[in-house]
Design a protein around this ligand. Structure first.
Ligand code: FAD
Length: 420
């Protein structure tokens, strides 16, 4: 692809913003257009269940890059415009106003959409989800009048938002289908810790609880019904039961999809002119030794850098240990790697002190670390996983195990090397 060919990016999240930025950093001088159906330039979703929901963070702080960043780099941002169809043969993207954009390289960063609650009454007024800024604004606007909130789902977003809403004085109940909160991403010690801190702040958490219906009065929610026959009164419901990758464009264009747009380690889709990055992709991970779809900022940003390099004709494989964080009730959970259900856990520190790390092994092999208020230990584990310097469970369990000591010293900074 020559440097003058137009590149079109579809998306308005962190993957799209990073991809646009990285194209220029890679030296791409041609036209770049970013098309997004949301009204705002690319922004950061994590704040939506944290400081922005709490009313603490200013609107502009959500932006991934400042508003003038794109114009300053000659990147055209077309907001509030949906891409409706890819004509892969003609290499044209069709938009919802009837216009078309020709491309020689197309980047799909279409992310994911919130999963809807498939029960009667789920469309009642007062039932919310939390994926977009618009969702968050609706939720914030409804909160002052709400007294009793039910959060459906025991995952990160439901729990983060539950914590914020309890902090705003709401009576909050969390209903989770799984036997423990965050079951799919956290080991039992971490689940139990966060269950405990939420309960200590007055949040009622019910696990193993399947929601079967929403009861409404005059079109507005008044209760949540469960399979066990219980009725939880509510004047506001937040549904946080996961997301589905947004694949409409990719599927219609005939791209290979399998719970995500299938891409290789260079973010290339099954069409040689189309790359994809972020929550919408299913990609191979060399460190984990398998393909997967991730929903995290790290994946969106780092895969976007790879996709930009690929569009610039460079080969830079995306191969990182996945990581993410979550802020709940004043505690930061940091997770690197992925622990399966049968992972063996070595616990360092004591959950009772609010500072501990669960080192997770499959057999003898270190696969993940889930830490609470232990950022250095978490960082050390991240470097171990990325450099394949893996300690055994026995080593980690040793009282004198120093995670940082076994890492190679970082290369000194350039200015430190200079002789005076
Ligand atoms: C409330 C919340 C809290 C989170 N907290 C954390 C956290 O603490 N840590 C963490 O690591 N991750 C967190 N995440 C996940 C993280 O935000 C996502 O992984 C990340 O946003 C993915 O970025 P993306 O660019 O791939 O997709 P998205 O952010 O979903 O962006 C996709 C964009 O594409 C647009 N789009 C889709 N189809 C079209 C189309 N046809 N035409 C035009 N535009 C289109 C969408 O409207 C959207 O703007 C959180 C997510 C949410 C919702």
């Amino acid at each position: 692809m020559s440097n003058a060919d137009p590149i079109v990016i579809v998306g308005g999240g962190q993957a799209a913003g990073q991809l646009a930025d990285s194209l220029r950093r890679e030296g791409y001088a041609g036209a770049v257009t970013l098309v997004c159906d949301e009204p705002m330039p690319p922004y950061q979703r994590p704040h939506l269940s944290k400081l922005y929901l709490a009313g603490i963070l200013a609107h502009e702080k959500l932006l991934y890059r400042p508003r003038d960043f794109y114009a300053e780099r000659g990147i055209t941002v077309t907001s509030a415009r949906r891409a409706t169809r890819i004509d892969a043969a003609a290499r044209q993207l069709h938009l919802d106003d009837g216009s078309t954009l020709p491309y020689s390289g197309l980047a799909l960063c279409t992310g994911a959409v919130a999963r809807r609650l498939p029960v009667p009454g789920a469309d009642a007024a007062g039932v919310h989800c939390l994926r977009t800024l618009a969702d968050c604004e609706h939720l914030r606007a409804a909160l002052p009048a709400a007294t009793r909130v039910v959060c459906v789902g025991g995952g990160l977003i439901s729990l983060e938002a539950a914590g914020v809403m309890a902090g705003l004085g709401k009576h909050v109940t969390v209903l989770a289908t799984q036997p423990r909160v965050m079951e799919s991403i956290a080991v039992p010690a971490v689940s139990d810790f966060f269950h405990g801190v939420h309960a200590s702040q007055g949040i009622e958490i019910r696990t193993g609880c399947t929601v079967t219906g929403i009861e409404a009065a005059n079109g507005a929610v008044c209760a949540v019904l469960t399979a066990s026959g219980e009725r939880f009164p509510a004047d506001l419901v937040l549904v946080g039961i996961g997301v589905e990758p947004e694949l409409a464009l990719a599927r219609e264009a005939g791209l290979s999809c399998d719970n995500g747009i299938v891409v290789d380690e260079y973010a290339r889709s099954s069409d040689p002119h189309i790359v994809a990055a972020g929550d919408c992709t299913r990609h191979p991970n060399a460190i984990l030794g398998r393909s997967l779809r991730l929903e995290s900022v790290q994946n969106a940003v780092e895969q976007a850098k790879t996709a930009a390099a690929t569009l610039c004709g460079k080969k830079r494989a995306y191969a990182q240990a996945p990581w993410f964080w979550s802020d709940q009730q004043g505690y930061r959970l940091q997770v690197v790697g992925i622990a399966g259900r049968n992972a063996q856990v070595v616990l360092r520190g004591d959950p009772a002190t609010g500072s501990f790390a669960a080192w997770c092994f499959e057999g003898e092999r270190l696969v993940a670390c889930q830490s609470v208020s232990r950022p250095r230990e978490y960082m050390a584990c991240r470097r171990m996983l990325e450099n394949n310097l893996l300690p055994t469970p026995v080593e980690v369990a040793h009282p004198r195990f120093d995670p940082e000591a076994r890492l190679p010293r970082k290369a000194p900074l350039a200015f430190q090397r200079r002789s005076v």
